[in-house]
Ligand binder design. Structure first.
Ligand SMILES: NC(=O)C1=CN([C@@H]2O[C@H](COP(=O)(O)OP(=O)(O)OC[C@H]3O[C@@H](n4cnc5c(N)ncnc54)[C@H](OP(=O)(O)O)[C@@H]3O)[C@@H](O)[C@H]2O)C=CC1
Ligand SMILES: CC(=O)C(=O)O
Ligand SMILES: [Mg+2]
Length: 646
């Protein structure tokens, strides 16, 4: 086939190189340099829109097409040259050719393309060049003023879910404005696009669903997953967040409606970690739900059946994992999110040797909590090995954290891991995990079955173990009762209390309860945010111990180094990098995490350290290694500022 340079010249002068090759069942076009390009499918709807500001080109194709950019950050002279790489510039009659026509995406279409829309910020020149004069009111409003106006508008809503919906609408209308709002108002908007509001959004997802924000892959799609991946408009995908909806926050099985979680997590990948939105793909695997309420809900959007059998589940996941690798290559990062623990540990173990996989609930949570503990030591003194840890909840988060803490202590003290585990105790729904329960324990609990007589409830466990650190990861609210907090405060001058469960309703206790019941002595952080608390005339500001501090920078570090596998040492590096961002000033205020307002800088530091570890461990494939990895990470970050169109 051949594409002539002249084909691009309908409204704007484009010349240069656009390379077309055949890849799998689709055709590949490279445009140098990155150009605002929209590929239209047969129905004339935009299929792909990627790139940076140069021109708008629409290709009307009769075959599926992929637009590929060599490096979205590369700024080169704006040329698009077409050449014939398949050697069919002069096809013979028995060869197939691709009839192609290319036109400029402009006018109304441009305003309806969230990736390129700038709302009222199109300049006079752009309005002429892109055929939008008259489609907008006469005023030209800079992005900053649009941010101000949109924030004012958002603040009018009293119900958080309405703010969430307004934010999702914005993301679908004007992507850069959405991210600029999020980046510049992260502390105000995080509780909206993320926990706790995203939890409510998932519960009501069927009622509020408007437009697809990610891919739904269901049991019905068995055998066709590769084909479905190709329906996603972006072909260059670097990060996938995938859930099967079985353990959405602490809200349980929400089936297909768990989609709000991958969507929310990936918006944080971009806002907090600077990863370009076009390379992020949210996926929900729908294998049914055991949630009767949803199965009987007329607005439920998923398969109306009970969860698949183990065999069906494993087969679908296997096809999914193979298809992802086949389509996006070895280095696509697959983040497992909010799977139930009976699948989460197995999936991680099964695919870690062959894929770049990361379980946020097990590994990301572990890394963020370890960072908080390292910071907390500056307030309580001693080393990690001097402390005694008690968890309420022995699932993904609980055992994931426990294992990373034990690993860090083992590295610090050179004591064997089995030894360092002995200071760490966990309570599950049946009580303290002890040796006598060993045979009936799930495999991930077994390393924590220490010698002790049975203890059935948390209060008795606190009395028996006398921990200095109490961590809640049970998904059950109000389980750190007054007596529990008073008891741990009776033998610790500064008890460390982390109530990790999300959303807010599931928090083991509130910040106010922690400070009041400990008489202002607790070092407290929670999974979902709490506002400042006044106790005895003093204001206490608690931290948010949430994996959102870790995964965006962690993922960025993997991507910039071209890491091929995740390694525990990378998690430790991320913890240390995060803890290093906590200043003396924060510590004096009782904060064990730095403010989220500074998250992009924090993420650059985490990414730099994670990437450095990847190079050190020989797991990095992007060579040569940049000299200053933190600066390099920062320089790679997506900017949500509007771009200027020629
Ligand atoms: N802040 C953060 O960054 C993160 C927070 N989380 C939150 O942590 C919570 C748990 O997540 P995850 O570990 O993945 O979930 P899991 O289902 O894997 O684990 C939950 C654990 O809590 C135990 N449990 C449940 N009810 C009780 C109870 N009444 N008393 C004592 N233990 C109980 C369960 O016991 P059993 O095994 O006997 O059933 C299980 O061990 C969720 O709310 C989630 O939102 C998770 C990840 C990150
Ligand atoms: C924060 C998170 O990942 C969770 O609650 O599941
Ligand atoms: Mg999670």
């Amino acid at each position: 086939m051949s594409i002539k340079g002249t084909a691009f010249m309908q409204n704007n002068s484009l010349s240069g190189v656009s390379r077309m090759t055949q890849s799998q069942s689709s055709f590949r076009v490279s445009v140098h340099p990155p150009t605002v390009v929209a590929v239209m499918n047969r129905n004339g709807r935009p299929e792909t829109s990627v790139g940076v500001s140069v021109d708008n080109v629409v290709k009307e194709l009769s075959v599926p097409m992929v637009v590929e950019f060599v490096d979205p950050k590369l700024k080169q002279p704006s040329t698009v040259v077409v050449d014939d790489v398949s050697g069919d510039d002069a096809p013979t009659e028995d060869e197939f050719v691709t009839p192609l026509s290319v036109s400029v995406a402009s006018g109304y279409t441009l305003l309806r393309t969230p990736r390129h829309n700038k709302g009222l910020a199109f300049t006079e020149k752009e309005r002429d060049a892109h055929y939008i004069r008259g489609l907008l009111p006469p005023v030209v409003v800079k992005q900053d003023l649009q941010v101000k106006r949109t924030m004012n508008d958002l603040r009018q809503y009293e119900v958080p879910l309405h703010k969430y919906q307004a934010m999702m609408d914005l993301q679908e209308r004007d992507e850069r404005l959405f991210y600029k709002l999020l980046v510049e108002n992260v502390e105000e908007l995080l509780p909206i696009v993320y926990t706790p509001t995203v939890g409510e959004a998932c519960q009501k997802y069927g009622s509020i669903f408007k437009r697809p924000q990610g891919l739904f892959i269901s049991l019905k799609d068995k055998g066709r997953i590769l084909e479905i991946l190709n329906n996603w408009p972006e072909k260059d995908v670097e990060v996938i967040v995938v859930t099967d909806g079985e353990r959405i926050l602490g809200l349980g099985d929400l089936g297909c409606q768990g989609m709000g979680i991958p969507v929310g997590k990936l918006s944080l990948y971009t806002a907090l970690g600077g990863i370009h939105p076009s390379v992020c793909l949210p996926i929900t695997i729908d294998v049914g739900t055991n949630n009767e309420k949803l199965l009987n809900d007329e607005f439920y959007i998923g398969l109306r059946q009970k969860r698949a059998s183990r065999k069906e589940y494993a087969e679908l996941m296997n096809e999914f994992m193979s298809a992802v690798k086949q389509n996006y290559g070895e280095k696509v990062l697959i983040q497992f999110e909010d799977f139930a623990n009976h699948n989460a540990f197995d999936l991680l173990a099964k695919y870690s040797p062959t894929h770049l996989v990361f379980n946020d609930d097990i590994q990301g949570t572990a890394s963020v909590v370890l960072a908080g503990l390292i910071s907390a030591l500056k307030l309580v003194g001693g080393s990690l090995a001097d402390h005694r840890f008690l968890f309420l909840g022995a699932g993904e988060a609980g055992t994931g954290i426990a294992e990373l803490v034990a690993l860090e202590i083992s590295k610090q003290t050179r004591a064997p891991l089995e030894e360092t585990r002995k200071n760490i105790w966990l309570v599950d729904s049946k009580g303290l995990i002890v040796k006598s329960r060993l045979n009936s324990l799930q495999h991930f609990k077994k390393p924590w079955a220490h010698e002790h007589q049975p203890v059935t409830d948390l209060l008795d466990a606190v009395k028996a173990i006398r921990p200095s650190v109490l961590i809640g990861s049970s998904g059950v609210g109000q389980t750190f009762t007054k007596e529990v907090v008073e008891t741990i405060s009776s033998f610790n001058e500064k008890p460390i209390i982390l109530a990790l469960s999300n959303p807010t309703s599931k928090s083991e206790c509130t910040a106010e309860q922690a400070y009041t019941w400990s008489e202002g002595r607790a070092i407290f952080a929670s999974g979902s945010p709490f506002g400042p608390v006044e106790y005895n005339g003093k204001v206490y500001v608690s931290g948010q111990s949430n994996n959102a501090y870790i995964f965006p920078g962690f993922g960025l570090g993997l991507i910039i180094s071209g890491a091929t596998r995740v390694h525990d040492d990378m998690l430790l590096a991320a913890s240390e990098a995060l803890a290093a961002q906590v200043t003396q000033e924060h510590i004096e205020k009782g904060l064990i995490y730095p403010p989220f307002a500074n998250i992009r800088n924090i993420s650059a530091h985490i990414a730099g350290k994670v990437a450095a570890k990847a190079y050190e461990l020989d797991l990095a494939s992007r060579l040569p290694q940049p000299e200053n990895l933190v600066a390099y990470a920062a320089s790679c970050m997506y900017s949500p500022n509007y771009q200027r169109y020629r």
